[in-house]
Unconditional design. Structure first.
Length: 412
């Protein structure tokens, strides 16, 4: 059918075609995007001047990043830094791209960057690195459940070969079995190069699932994901065993910097960290004891094209603070389940790719994995800066004034 955008809109309004059929019908996803947008404009009797303003080519995105697009929603992008980092992969002064609509967030992270850099540096360290997928199998009995686990152990080399046949960079490292009655959960752990790797391991484990069901007739796979992965949900398992990158980052902030830049004392920050982040979080039954990891992680994820839903598990973690013998402040953050990538997913979008280039983390690396580890160290260092600044703002009772100034534009 040879039609134009206006004719496509009429067909939509008459119910003769569905919105997902337009890309094939028009043969161009940019035209299909325009037609869908005009269709919605007519339905709601509005004009989308801003949603229609963008530089994206939807022919490159439909089928990879989005379905049924109508345009773009823009979010302001700010920058914080420089932040001096001395990690195993990230070394030097970095500026941090942050997408947010919350006034005061970028200013707060920027202040934390200044305090850390004036005092020395942030020191990040990656402790664990693997992505997981945990299919769920049902067996006839508890004895069959144990037998299935024994089969997987005995045939692990075949499983590795099957899984790795689907990917160039993914490597199956290990698995952890969990038996609940006649249910068996197999939590497979992969290294995934510079990709966050969720899709990579999903495809690999699906082939493993097929192998198991062919070879083990009593094993019935109920779901490729049995909720023990654990993806896009807060969980004690990820908090304790990790998923993605487990990263810690520490800094020593000089007493004079705490006083001059952060407007408080090391003692006040330590006291607040204990009362708020530990006693308060314990009382709330929180998974992780911190002030606002999610604020910084969500802003960086949005800026750099990460999977936004994984802010849930990525922002779990712990803040530790103590006064050193010389009176300086020691502070660290621990992120057990930071799930990031520098290739794949939203990282291929033009603006997000440019944001990754700000910190030298655009694209893949040789050998695979170096860029994403550098990125993980930068993210953890930025979280430390943001956490330090917020604790100081709360300890000095300046939080409300900061939000008046940066969130409401009130100067005094």
């Amino acid at each position: 059918m040879d039609i134009d955008v206006e004719e496509a809109v009429k067909l939509l309004l008459n119910g003769e075609v569905k919105i997902h059929e337009l890309d094939d019908l028009l043969g161009d996803s940019n035209l299909a995007t325009e037609a869908r947008r005009k269709f919605i404009e007519k339905l709601v009797k509005a004009k989308f001047d801003n949603i229609s303003f963008y530089s994206l080519d939807f022919n490159k995105l439909v089928g990879r990043n989005i379905e049924n697009p109508i345009g773009v929603v823009q979010v302001p992008l700010g920058i914080a830094g420089p932040l001096k980092i001395h990690g195993e992969y990230a070394k030097g002064d970095f500026y941090i791209p942050l997408c947010t609509t919350e006034g005061a967030l970028v200013a707060s992270v920027n202040r934390g960057c200044r305090a850390i850099t004036l005092s020395g540096e942030a020191r990040p360290l990656i402790l664990r690195d693997y992505m997981t997928r945990a299919p769920l199998f049902k067996t006839p009995s508890i004895f069959h459940a144990r037998k299935l686990v024994d089969w997987v152990k005995a045939n692990f080399n075949r499983i590795v070969e099957t899984a790795e046949s689907t990917t160039r960079h993914g490597k199956l490292l290990d698995f952890s079995p969990y038996i609940v009655g006649n249910y068996v959960f197999l939590r497979f752990k992969f290294s995934t190069g510079d990709a966050m790797g969720m899709n990579m391991v999903t495809i690999a484990v699906d082939e493993v699932r097929k192998l198991i069901e062919r070879e083990v007739p009593y094993a019935n796979c109920l779901s490729l994901s049995g909720n023990l992965c654990v993806d896009k949900k807060p969980s004690a398992l990820n908090l304790i065993e990790g998923r993605g990158k487990t990263v810690v980052c520490e800094a020593i902030v000089k007493r004079r910097v705490v006083k001059d830049v952060l407007k408080t004392s090391p003692e006040n920050i330590v006291k607040l960290n204990w009362g708020k982040n530990y006693v308060g979080s314990a009382l709330a039954g929180s998974l992780g004891f911190n002030a606002h990891f999610a604020n910084i992680i969500a802003a960086i994820f949005l800026a750099t094209g990460q999977d936004l839903a994984q802010v849930v598990e990525s922002s779990m973690g712990f803040t530790v603070a103590e006064v050193l013998e010389n009176g300086d402040l020691y502070i660290s953050v621990t992120l057990p389940s930071l799930e990031v990538g520098t290739v794949g997913g939203g990282t291929r979008l033009p603006a997000q790719s440019e944001a990754l280039s700000i910190i030298g983390c655009k694209g893949g690396s040789t050998p695979p994995g170096l860029k994403v580890k550098k990125f993980a160290e930068v993210v953890a260092s930025a979280v430390l800066a943001g956490e330090l600044s917020l604790l100081a703002a709360l300890a000095s009772h300046r939080l409300a004034n900061a939000h008046k100034r940066f969130g409401r534009g009130i100067k005094s």
